[in-house]
Structure formats: C-alpha cells, structure tokens
Design a protein around this ligand. Structure first.
Ligand code: SAM
Length: 266
C-alpha cells in the first residue's frame, strides 16, 4: 500500500475513509434502494413487536438510512464517525434530526429508543470482535424497554466479489472506481480492503483523494456470541441478495448481507 493510502496519525481508518469519500458517497451508492430494503425489514420488526417512533441511527452517513423513517413520522437521532458525512445528512434533514459525531465503539447514551439500527455494513468497519461487542453494548444502552436493535453485515460472498473486483460508476462526467484488493477465497473473519479513487470530469480537479476502505467479515457464530455478551437476545437472522428478499438461513456464499434483529435479554 502506498503512502497516499496509509492512515493518517490520530485518525481511525473508517473516519479517514468516509471523510474522503463523502463528496461522492451518494453518487456511488445511488442504486441502494432503501424503500425496497425497508419494505422487507420493517414488517419483520413489526412482527417482533416494534412499537413507538424513536429511532437511533448509528453510522447514519449522509442520512440515506434514516430519511425513509423521517418521512414515516419517526423522531430521529443519528450519529456517525465522519463529520463530513454528517454535514451532508444535515443538509438533507435540517433541524428535523438530532445529529452527533460519535464512534459506535464508545457510543454515548443519547436517550431511550424504540429502534436502534446500524445499516449498510457500518458494523463491518469494526475490525475485531471486541470492537463489535463494545458497539453492541452501546446500542443496547440506548434501547428503551421493549425496543429493538437491527444491523446488517456483509457476507463472505460480498468480500469474495465486491471486495475482490473493480466496480466503475459513471456520474456527472466522473468515474468512481472501487478497486477491491481482496481475494475470491477470503476466509471467514478476515479483513478485506478496497481502494477508492475518482477519475475527475474534464477540466475538474480531483474531488476525492484516493483512499482505502477496510472491513472485517463477521461469521454468524461470532455475532451471536457478541450479542449475548452485550446482554441482547437475537430474535432473527436473515440473509438476502440484491433483491432484498429475506431468506433463512443465511447463505454466506450466496447472499450479500446478513441482517440481525435483537432485543434486550430478559
Ligand atoms: C456504508 S456507510 C452507511 C451509511 C448509512 N447507514 C447508510 O445506510 O447510507 C457506513 C457508515 O458507517 C460509519 N462508521 C464506520 N465506522 C464507524 C464507527 N466506529 N462509529 C460510527 N460510525 C462509523 C461511516 O462513517 C459511514 O458513514
């Protein structure tokens, strides 16, 4: 890895990656369809007794994961490691959402929430099981009695494909390049990297510095152990592919994501 991709002293990998990608994040993920995804997930949460209207969105990024809930009349508090991602979330939501810079490994108690979630593989930026356990404990501390927790993690299939290949997205005359550095046989629990770079539009200065995204795969057994250790009871685990249709059990080599739903353990 060359010096331009090395982590700057005092900054976390994930913070550095999202500070860098923020200006083009929404362009790069324009195809992520939250209505489709939440259309599958919300009925399952309701089946597990989802009530109330207070959401804490952990790792909210530019707000794509909380905007559909704001539109449904929920009261939203949201946090992220990256101030630049939060600025974009603020531009979309104004004063309607309480936004804070926070690291999910040391999550403050923002209040008591009916639903706490961390969506679109935010949790995979934690690079070890202890970090995952700390994040889950922090999310637990923000749950109201009867509240529900939901998060997704990328499967092995995602690391063996998206993190092992190059994706090109053309937007506004720019080419956004995700260059997976991983392996098509990445083992369970391994860390994969991708380099992100932008070929600017004609006559434009580079809008984004080349940088690295680093994620860890979390096998189901590890996640279940950390949930239990954090005082949470796992209610359901679903796998799904690009169509977002929920399936059980999770197929690590077929589905792209695994979604966990949990509540306070009794
Ligand atoms: C793939 S984006 C998803 C953003 C948003 N949830 C969505 O669905 O569009 C992952 C987000 O997780 C955030 N993140 C990564 N590690 C984090 C940490 N330790 N604490 C808080 N946020 C973190 C990143 O800054 C980034 O905004």
């Amino acid at each position: 890895m060359d010096a331009s991709a090395a982590v700057q002293p005092g900054r976390q990998w994930a913070e550095q990656a999202y500070e860098a990608i923020a200006p083009v994040y929404d362009d790069f993920t324009a195809h992520h369809n939250y209505e489709l995804w939440l259309g599958e997930l919300l009925p399952e949460l309701r089946r597990h007794g989802l009530q109330g209207d207070r959401l804490l969105d952990v790792g909210c990024g530019t707000g794509k994961s909380f905007l559909p809930m704001l539109e449904r009349g929920w009261e939203v508090t949201a946090c992220d490691l990256s101030p630049s991602m939060l600025e974009l979330a603020r531009a979309k939501s104004g004063d309607a959402v309480q936004l804070a810079v926070a690291d999910m490994r040391e999550l403050p108690e923002f209040g008591k929430f009916d639903l706490v979630w961390a969506l679109d593989d935010a949790v995979n930026y934690l690079l070890g099981t202890e970090e995952l356990g700390n994040a889950l404990s922090g999310m637990r501390a923000n749950l109201a009695p009867g509240g529900l927790l939901m998060f997704d993690v990328n499967t092995l299939f995602a690391y063996r494909s998206f993190f092992a290949e190059t994706q090109r997205v053309e937007r506004n005359g720019r080419c956004l390049l995700w260059r997976g550095q991983g392996s098509s046989d990445a083992p369970p629990g391994s860390i994969s990297e991708a380099r992100f770079e932008v070929e600017p539009a004609a006559g434009e200065a580079a809008p984004v510095q080349t940088h690295v995204h680093r994620q860890r795969h979390f096998p189901e057994a590890e996640v279940l152990k950390q949930l239990e250790g954090a005082g949470l009871e796992c209610l359901d685990v679903f796998g799904h592919g690009f169509d977002a249709v929920l399936k059980q059990p999770v197929e690590e080599l077929d589905h792209t994501k695994a979604v966990y739903m949990a509540r306070l353990a009794e």
